[in-house]
Write a protein that binds this ligand. Structure first.
Ligand code: NAI
Length: 374
């Protein structure tokens, strides 16, 4: 029988907790994004303002590991779809990066700017503790290192903390994306960044650091962010040209680097894509898995998101290793990202298949081998 790390039941919260955790796996299974998740939990605490979902996709390789996103989705179904897609992506990300972790992700439905109170985080810490170490989490959009530190003081299931941990994974993610972007350019015969035009969407933790690295090696940048102050600052700092958020995709750059939210590459948007390489940090860049074929038909080299953005995962996973965090070993592992991408690009070309099909195949090879061993 398949060994699973996903909890079937929960530790009962002690004392008079106002937190209620329910198993919503059956409800989630009705959505297209479900894809055989092992378990989906809903944590609700009206008094403390918590409305959270923890999705555990596949734990064949180890316990679920994935960030916590804080985002004010308009409907519960939209939030559930988002977290299911992200959680599934984590399974592939861990598998391709050679980590002994499974896929999981959490989503707190809230506005990170106004709703993330200590009471809400307290309730969320209780929810994580109830999962009894079967799910480990850390930073994501709307969830900061300070939030991770706050949780770490209350539950051990948190990584990427500053207290004895590896800290913010974003610079490591950005480094991996930078190396991967260069590998994609090299595959297309461009050996240096000097003068290469890159369109960066999203100037947050990862996007900004990526711009720093690209600028340092002479790349020409065009940037967009919903936060006008960030694009202005990128203009001042990197000489980047700011464009409207709905114009970045069509910029005739050599590389498009999506570093905001997911779903930017779709049947509607791909025909207007200006670049012939997509290499960026955002999770779930494709609206649908099949859209990678549209990219291929357009002659676009796509660096699969969960391969190129694995640096952060590698970094936080290292923190959970038996010997503790080892920076050198972590960066050596991140330096394997371009090699993995090269292999994917070559196999995709040789077999005339989309790059994300090849990446998924690599992930399944590893997961299926582990299933056979169990
Ligand atoms: P962040 O929240 O720091 O930055 C996101 C940026 O995108 C913000 O500046 C935001 O204003 C901007 N943005 C949002 N919607 C936009 C739009 N429609 N057009 C242009 N800009 C928009 O997030 P972070 O940490 O930089 O992550 C970026 C992406 O990379 C996310 O998809 C995240 O899931 C993914 N990722 C991040 C990792 C990390 O270590 N931080 C690891 C792996 C993936």
């Amino acid at each position: 029988m398949l060994q699973t790390h996903a909890p079937r039941s929960l530790k009962t919260p002690v004392g008079k907790s106002t937190l209620a955790i329910t198993d919503i796996t059956a409800e989630a299974s009705r959505l297209d994004a479900f894809d055989d998740h092992e378990r989906v939990w809903h944590g609700r605490d009206e008094k403390r303002g918590l409305n959270a979902i923890v999705a555990i996709h596949d734990t064949t390789l180890g316990p679920g590991l994935g960030g916590t996103r804080v985002w004010p989705h308009e409907t519960f179904e939209a939030a559930l779809t988002d977290v299911l897609r992200l959680s599934r992506g984590m399974t592939f990300k861990s598998a391709v990066a050679g980590m002994d972790f499974g896929g999981g992700k959490a989503l707190i439905i809230a506005d990170p700017k106004t709703d993330k109170t200590p009471a809400l985080l307290e309730a969320y810490a209780e929810m994580l503790a109830a999962l009894e170490g079967q799910f480990f989490t850390g930073e994501d959009v709307g969830f900061t290192v300070a939030d991770a530190d706050f949780l770490r003081a209350r539950t051990p299931n948190v990584t990427g903390t500053t207290v004895g941990g590896s800290g913010n994974p974003s610079p490591v993610t950005a480094h991996g994306v930078f190396l991967g972007l260069k590998a994609a350019l090299k595959h297309r015969g461009v050996g240096r960044l000097d003068g290469v035009h890159v369109a960066v969407q999203g100037l947050g933790s990862v996007g900004w650091t990526l711009c720093e690295k690209l600028h340092a090696e002479g790349a020409r940048l065009t940037v967009a962010d919903i936060d006008a102050a960030r694009t202005r600052k990128a203009g001042e700092t990197f000489g980047a040209e700011p464009v409207a958020t709905d114009a970045i995709l069509a910029v005739p750059a050599q590389v498009f680097a999506p570093c905001a939210l997911g779903g930017v590459l779709s049947a509607t948007s791909i025909p207007s894509l200006g670049a012939r390489i997509v290499a960026g940090a955002a999770n779930n860049q494709l609206a649908r898995h099949e859209d990678a074929r549209l990219l291929m038909q357009r002659g676009v080299l796509y660096a699969p998101d969960y391969v190129i953005n694995a640096g952060g995962l590698i970094n936080v996973a290292a923190e959970l290793a038996p010997g503790g965090y080892d920076r050198e070993a972590t960066m050596a592992k991140v330096a394997e990202i371009p090699e993995t991408l090269r292999d994917i690009f070559e196999r995709a070309e040789a077999q005339d298949r989309p790059t994300n099909d090849i990446a998924a195949e690599i992930a399944y090879e590893r997961i299926n081998a582990a299933r056979k061993r169990h």
